[in-house]
Design a protein around this ligand. Sequence first.
Ligand code: HEC
Length: 168
Amino acid sequence: MSVSAATAQPGDGVVRERQRDMKAMAAAAKSIDSVFKGTSPYDAKAFKSAAETIRVYSGKRLSELFVGPVVADGSKASASIEAERPTFDQLATNLGAYAEALSVAADHNPDVLAPDMRMQGTDATMGGPLAKRNAAMPDPMSMPAEHAFHMMLQVCTSCHAKFRTKDN
Ligand code: HEC
């Protein structure tokens, strides 16, 4: 399936892999969401495995699937990825940091979805002593898991808004 090499497009295999990874992340995010919404019971192992799915598919692995000329038939990857690579890579890295925080939260809470995993009223302000450490991204480990989850979904949304085209 690498016949497209000469046309400076990523191979079909790469596009399929990107989309497969993204779908896997979407399924994982949905399963975590249903736990916070209370429509699925909390199971630390399942929660961790969903968080790990996102962690594994984020960061470097995500970035590397969009290296070089990213625009291809059947892909919604935007050409702006090539022009704004550092921003794209930063979003991929941030995604992994939030996913890792969720994974660690599952380790710390083997039995129940503890109250301190829940978003507190003040979280919405993103204040606190660590807020200034990195204005663009508060420390995911220092926030309740539910907050990290919402921040993580914002990373998905931000990247799609900036780097995924609406139509092919
Ligand atoms: C760093 C950027 C980035 C991040 C972060 C990101 N995505 Fe994506 N996503 C993309 C791009 C670009 C595409 C289009 C890929 C293509 O069509 O080649 C995409 C496509 C998708 C698709 C469609 C896949 C298909 O079958 O065509 C889904 C679903 C998706 N993303 C879910 C998610 C979820 C859920 C998250 C967060 C947990 C996430 N993405 C995080 C960039 C990102």
